[in-house]
Design a protein around this ligand. Structure first.
Ligand SMILES: Cc1cc2nc3c(=O)[nH]c(=O)nc-3n(C[C@H](O)[C@H](O)[C@H](O)COP(=O)(O)OP(=O)(O)OC[C@H]3O[C@@H](n4cnc5c(N)ncnc54)[C@H](O)[C@@H]3O)c2cc1C
Length: 421
């Protein structure tokens, strides 16, 4: 491989481009936006959630289906649309809810998450990026006994797969995080995972691009990919708003937009957007939360990021509309007040909405499109920040091994030619 062009500078594309540049490859990263990290990676939940990777499709989700369809679920909303893509995705999602499939998905995602943690730790040690990274640990709060029991079963499953997690009583929860002392609402107990971390997704994307450029790679902003030039299965170039860009290998990392771009090649990616929201609030007092918290009652995650609290919630299967209803913002602000009364200044919350590029079984698609020079790194759903480094390093290994194989084949062909001569 001499030249690789990565399409999409979200967290996944930035990690892929940076990993390629570290391996000595000539890389061009392109994005339609003016800067990296402006899509779903802009203001997400900021959690490196290495031990919380359970697929959204599960027997529990299936049991909650009537409430979801009636609009009575706190976390998940499904609004049916006249959209074949939504219905075929929803059917595959239901199939992925069968018993056993979710556990297999958890196993695969835990492996990927472990690889991701190892890779990102190595990159952070090498680069000293100032990106709000902190290994704070995560406390998951369970409002009632049945939620706690379900979490305990998950902890037992994950213990067999190498995760270290502790079950805490309500008192132990507030000892672990004193900022929860004045929390309102029922609490049956919690799960503590010491080695979870937080990082600002936008800062991390930007830092990766800066390092890519330092290593000799290029970042082209405001460059929208319109389609691919095609010669059989080989793609010699992409057509963009700035003209043709040629490369030996292309990587599609366009997040929720990957489905439409791949459709232009006749490739049907099983990706559908799942909308979610965040608000970011400045801290009012000097004392800050010391761990990241997930409240399973409110279905909300809280991540302390330097002088701000990032709050993320909700999963809506409603198409690719990114509007932010005021009611969602107020709901998240209210959950901050219930969890940490008086801690944040909620007068000017910074609201955001993003589209998780989700596959039906929550497992991302990382690999090569048939026998072509197009590679895919897409479909990271609710875990793109967590899995980006691991998926990038796996894909780079694949690209490099194929190029070694290609060179070997070429040498064999030359040998054959010499032999014939
Ligand atoms: C509310 C919410 C909370 C979340 N919280 C977490 C969390 O705590 N932890 C976690 O691990 N994950 C979290 N996620 C998921 C995570 O944000 C995503 O999985 C991740 O951002 C996907 O990254 P990506 O690079 O694939 O997509 P994106 O970040 O969307 O990047 C795709 C890029 O492709 C570009 N692009 C698209 N089309 C074109 C084109 N035609 N030409 C050129 N460029 C193009 C876009 O401009 C964009 O920059 C959350 C998501 C949401 C919505």
């Amino acid at each position: 491989v001499t030249r690789v062009c990565v399409i999409g500078a979200g967290i996944v594309g930035c990690a892929t481009a940076y990993a390629l540049a570290r391996s000595g490859v000539e890389v061009t990263l392109i994005d339609r936006e003016a800067a990296p990290g402006q899509g779903t990676s802009l203001a997400n939940g900021a959690q490196l959630s290495y031990s919380y990777v359970q697929p959204l499709a599960s027997p529990q989700t299936l049991r909650a289906l009537p409430a979801i369809l009636l609009g009575r679920s706190a976390g998940l909303r499904f609004v049916p649309r006249l959209d074949v893509g939504q219905w075929s995705w929803a059917l595959r999602f239901l199939w992925a809810c069968r018993p056993g499939a979710a556990d297999r998905g958890t196993t695969r995602l835990l492996e990927l998450a472990a690889a991701s943690r190892e890779t990102l730790d190595a990159w952070l040690a090498d680069e000293h990026w100032d990106v709000g990274f902190a290994r704070l640990g995560k406390l998951v709060l369970c409002p009632d006994a049945s939620t706690l029991r379900a979490q305990q079963a998950q902890v037992a499953l994950q213990a067999r797969l190498g995760c270290r997690q502790d079950v805490l009583s309500p008192v132990e929860c507030t000892q672990r995080e004193p900022a929860l002392m004045r929390r309102q609402g029922p609490l049956a107990g919690g799960i503590w995972t010491a080695d979870e971390a937080v990082v600002d997704p936008f800062l991390l994307s930007a830092a990766m691009v800066a390092s890519l450029q330092r290593l000799g790679g290029r970042f082209i902003a405001r460059c929208e990919v319109e389609g691919f030039e095609r010669r059989g299965r080989q793609l010699p170039a992409v057509r963009t708003s700035l003209g043709h860009i040629e490369a030996d290998t292309f990587v599609l990392a366009a997040g929720p937009q990957a489905r439409a771009l791949a459709a232009g090649l006749g490739v049907r990616l099983p990706i559908y957007p799942i909308k979610g929201y965040s608000v970011t609030l400045p801290f009012r007092r000097a004392e800050r939360p010391t761990v990241s918290v997930t409240d399973l009652g409110a279905k909300t995650v809280f991540a302390p990021l330097a002088d701000r609290l990032r709050v993320a919630a909700m999963a809506e299967i409603v198409g690719d509309d990114c509007t932010i209803p005021e009611e969602r913002v107020q709901r998240m602000v209210a959950s901050v007040e219930q969890t940490y009364p008086g801690l944040c200044d909620s007068s000017e919350p910074q609201p955001w909405a993003g589209l998780r590029p989700a596959t039906p079984d929550s497992v991302p698609i990382v690999g090569r499109w048939e026998e072509s020079n197009l590679f895919l790194n897409v479909g990271h759903g609710a875990l793109g920040l967590t899995l980006a480094a691991g998926c990038a390093s796996r894909l780079v290994r694949k690209i490099l091994s194929l190029s070694v194989e290609g060179r070997r084949r070429q040498i064999n062909d030359w040998a054959k030619v010499e032999h014939l001569n």
